[in-house]
Write a protein that binds this ligand. Sequence first.
Ligand SMILES: [Zn+2]
Length: 297
Amino acid sequence: MRNARAWIAALAFAALPAAAQQDYSKVEIKTTKLGATTYMMEGAGGNLGLSIGEDAVFLIDDQFAPLTPKIEAAIAKITDKPVKFVLNTHWHFDHTGGNENLGKAGGIIVAHENVRKRLSAEGFIEFLGMKTPPSPKIALPMVTFTRDLTFHVNGDEVLVLYAPKAHTDGDAIVQFKKSNVIHTGDTFFNKMYPFIDTSSGGTADGMVRAADLVLRLADDDTKIIPGHGPLANKADLQAYRDMLADVSARVRRLVRQGRTLDQVVAAKPTAKYDEAWGKGFLTPEKFVAMLYGNMKP
Ligand SMILES: [Zn+2]
């Protein structure tokens, strides 16, 4: 097991995004209008979702701290209102890095209670070998929820649903009911193998259940903002769900047969999906090693 762990760590290190070295000055925020009051914004880090209208600016996730002025500038092209609510889909650094700036600017940060717990202490993502310092108080969610929460803003009903043990132990899925837009947080990576943070309570089964939940909420016209990857529709999410359920079942079968990590990787349980899904954040080998780490007894 020590060897397997070392190997996973070595693979993970190679997968580490160059977050620290990233030159944020080159990042541009791209805004896509999804409905009368809803938008997707892409920069670096997790995709942003927004509701902007007569009441308030409601923002889902906030990427990295150096990008806050760029995100604010992109919002200022649409409205002169400041960000009133920031909903964190989970605690990861590429979704909450702007919390401190937006909290200082008067934004009210909202998240599942486990997000507040994790941001309050030193964080550690084992698969990435990455430690994050405790967040200052102003960056912590001021409002937390355990199961669900509804915002009534900008003529929309914004339903926030907890997806247990999915990408982490604090994932939120956000449905803009009137606009027919859903932000999945990192329970959905579109067109690439997803990352599951086992060390933060994430599980492959919970990821599949989260996808099933969104599939129940969505119809063929729903615009789905994934945590990472391009804007999606229900068919994209279905393909992702089926891929993840199939690969997970294959890896689980091999783990139950007592195969080692090397044997599981060598069995290539992702083979038929690699062309479509294997060119993103995780290579096929890293994705399988991650699932192995999630499922090994
Ligand atoms: Zn994440």
